[in-house]
Ligand binder design. Sequence first.
Ligand code: ANZ
Ligand code: ZN
Length: 810
Amino acid sequence: MYNVEIDKKWQKKWEETNLYKFDKNDLDNKLYVMEMFSYPSGSKLHAGHWFNYAPVDSWARLKRMQGYNVFQPMGFDAFGLPAENYAIKTGIHPKDSTEKNISTMEKQLKSMGAMFNWENEVITCHPDYYRWNQWLFLQLYKHGLAYRKKAPANWCPSCKTVLANEQVKDGCCERCGTEVTKKDLTQWFFKITDYAEELLQDLDKLDWPSKTKAMQRHWIGKSTGTNVTFKVVDSPVEFSVFTTRVDTLFGVTYVVISPENELVDKITRDAYKDRIEKYKEQARKQTDIERQSITREKTGVFTGSYAINPINGRKVPIWVGDYVLNTYGTGAVMAVPAHDERDFEFAKKYKLPIERVIEGGNSLPYVEYGEMVNSGNFSGLSSEEGKKAVTKELEKMGLGSARVNYRLRDWLVSRQRYWGTPIPIIYCDKCGIVPVPEDKLPVKLPYNVEFSPDGKSPLLKSEEFMNTTCPICGRPARREADTLDTFVCSSWYYLRYVDNKNDKQAFDKEKIDKMLPVDMYVGGPEHACMHLLYARFITKALRDMGFLNFDEPFLSLRHQGIILGPDGQKMSKSKGNTISPDSCIQKYGSDVFRMYLMFGFDYAEGGAWSEDGIKSMDRFVDRIERIVNSTKEALADGKNSKTSMDGMERELNYVRNHSIKSVSEDTGKFQFNTAIARIMEFANALSKYLQEGKKNLSLLKDSVLDFIRILAPFAPHFSEEQWQNLGMSYSIFNEKWPEFNPDALVKKEVEIAVQINGRIRAKLNIPTDLNEKGIEKLSLSNQNIKSLLKGKDIKKVIVVKGRLVNIVAK
Ligand code: ANZ
Ligand code: ZN
């Protein structure tokens, strides 16, 4: 059983000797390794946190031994809904519960024995962090990248707050699962859409999982097409539609505008007003996701008005339909039922004409490209040619133009909640919207606030907070009562880590230009479209404002999988299937827990917890200890030694070099489970060798030392202990990572079976370059074979090179 006291012993020593202190003078070799910081929720660190952090620490330790100067900071994403919801339920103030959770989690994280640079810790709910979060807001505001507008916002009736699009999952609140509705509110936005194209293009530069890049591409949703202007018959009104298939323009039989489109009221004829009003009301209750669902039945109402198709002058009816989203393109579409699924369904339902204008396939709708037909002068062109030609024609007529659209929407950052960064804005009756001057930051979040939700910002109820004076005219004014989305905090924390104690600025440009980008960032795949996109946007925005000079925050990214309960279900308190890291490390020690996590699961996949798995890792560690002790004895004894390199020696040396090579490569690829499997093979080879009679002691010693070196990143405390046990000097983490000798990897011997009449009677190690005659001779000279053949006649010897020898004898 592993002695858990050695965890504490080495953690203390590492701290006292400042072993992992980042060397600020050796930036050429810097390696900035970062794991997504933790959310200090009520439930402490769970096995999933360990699975995120501990293997990455092992990766970083290996890099350190390879000569890198590792910077691995840690912090807490401390604002946000869970702490506030917990407070509402228990009455414990979010600040108090958060501070308590942070100190618990810090202790837990320290018990991991990771190389965290705690002196660079950031805690986002502390004024020395959110002050700069407010500063960031003001910079974006100054540069036109933060703005206010009235918009239908996603509203969670249960959390009583606005949610970003990204926080709505299948029409429900990501946090509590309640169905999300719409509410018109004046909100603050960050203009991430200004960066849509660059965010898309630069994905190519990143060493990120391809699935994550694909998700961002999809989320940004670039679409190339044409805006076409339709004039309304007997009205001065005109409007545009966005289409990716302008080659189908001749097939338009009606147009549809979204219920929220401001044109609806202008276009609707009196006789149709009642029905349209009712329809608008009904549409308000639907989420965008429901409205886009392919399976949902398409609905709509006629406005009584008609529009003119600019290409052929045809009069087509204008409908209102909720399958058209107001937030995409122009909020209006031209409907081509012969070539679009949704339009086809809609046209059938409302008996609207369906006219084919693209040749190909028999059935309708035909949605592929083909040859244009029934399209006037354009007939005969391919879809590709037609798109260009029709767009050109529309441009000539002044009734259309080529157009690129993105699905990406601006980032809604205001929240009607208490536990967040106050937005540094003041409203003055005379001067309007006035940003808080930078030297007046931070705008402190008051402690005594009634935060139980009523749909309004809790800060509104704090007169002390709300009432201020206008920085321009000095008259009484009111503060902004909303707080910032916590994703704002996490969109730049990797910059603050580097310069976390700076009280003059958010960070020093020179410092971060040297330390960033982050070389390796690791965290959950669920952040593909929110955090990971916001952080990229903020980096680019700060670059354009001159605060830094790199384009991307995270060069390499990896995701970890999820550790499930022993029952294969997601761990949760209510299911009673959680695994507490604390009790595991009390029982088995930090390293056994860490190695089990790394060996028992594929890092990117995760899987179900197994108690047997951790026990067998415990036994493995015991075995290593026996290997070290036997080695010590053999070395002290010094007798029975040899200096030659025979078959056994060559075999051991082979496994040793093979392990060094594989562990380096696999760890580099985050394939920790196979890396540990190679370490186990190495341990087997050592055990086997220790059982031999005569030993080459210098080989034994070198092999065991290499073994402990390559084990060290995976079992840091234990390896440090065994290193000392072997009489080596502190610290193993100042040792160089061993290099393998390619010569030793060329197998000079193979094992072959020697059979007599088809039954295996001996196994021989023979040189790989031995010819058939030599193999035969060697087999026949084996003691065992010799005695079995005594008194028999050898009829035939069959040699299968590299595999076996069969002796036929009577
Ligand atoms: C006519 C047409 C004919 C279309 C055809 C497609 C096929 P992406 O690729 O996502 O950009 N569209 C445009 N704006 C819309 C909105 N606000 N709500 C719902 N649908 C909208 O898709 C662009 C296509 O989606 C556009 O091209 C338009 O339908 C529809 F045979 O125009 B198409
Ligand atoms: Zn004023």
